[in-house]
Design a protein around this ligand. Sequence first.
Ligand SMILES: [Zn+2]
Ligand SMILES: [Zn+2]
Length: 237
Amino acid sequence: MKIKVIGSGSMWTAYNSASYLIDDNILVDMPNGMCKNLFRLGLNPREIDHVLLTHFHGDHYFDMPFYFLLKSKSNDKNVNVYCSKEGKKKTQKLLKLAFPNTVKSVNEAINLKYILASSFKVNDYLVKKWLVDHGSMKPAFGYIFEKENIKVGFTGDTILCQNVEYMASICNYLFCDCMFVKSTTKHMGIDSLKYLTEKYSNCKFVVSHLEDSTREELNKIKLENVIVPEDGLEINI
Ligand SMILES: [Zn+2]
Ligand SMILES: [Zn+2]
């Protein structure tokens, strides 16, 4: 499994927003600016056939219209969107706002499927969706990818909750929210991360959605089993 951290920062930093590319073909989240972020890293958003969305804050899905439009002009027109049930309405509304006169032709051109199930196959992976706690944004999900006994989790935006602990307890790698130095009612912070690393020492934690002050602190304290990625970091698992 090849995972590229496309974005490791929060919206309010010069880093790209939290998002990941798996095996050049699967994306976890599609923040505003995503298509450009991929092109800048020398990657091609046309090759992406699967997009898993964690929740519907703009910094996790606002580039969907540009991706749909690009796919409509590409040879490979397969688009599979995995999300909660509001996803179809939200992404279609956004497409209409972005390109009011071409919604119909874009939707006719692409082979678009919305997958709302809580577990599904993506390429060779068995993927399960886990409810997390992102304050008033409900629902918000994390995902666990499994293949040949290797499990890789993505928490999405969340506080420390039972399902995040479960993910940490079974995953080899967990890509997790660590936005702030101190946890809030919406995001995990370094205190939650420390708790997880001490309790689940078999898991490697790759932090994301970082504020600059959090990145600085994490680079200073150097926690065991924690990777503080730069945008574009590739991890082979
Ligand atoms: Zn959010
Ligand atoms: Zn976010």
